[in-house]
Design a protein around this ligand. Structure first.
Ligand SMILES: [Zn+2]
Length: 53
């Protein structure tokens, strides 16, 4: 699992899928990570599954 050091997860402000800044009003929280939208969450999930398989 690639994890960036020096960045506390409690203050994550970027989408875990596309890396764009997540706005307060638009943040989508799933499995301990923030995404800018549900679309990105599914995208990220799908990409992880592909890497694992
Ligand atoms: Zn995103």
């Amino acid at each position: 699992m690639p994890e960036k050091t020096g960045q506390p997860t409690e203050e994550q402000k970027t989408c875990s899928a596309c890396g764009k800044p997540v706005k307060k009003l638009k943040r989508y929280y799933r499995n301990g990570k923030y995404y800018c939208s549900k679309k990105c969450y599914r995208k990220f999930k799908a990409s992880q599954r592909q890497k694992q398989a």
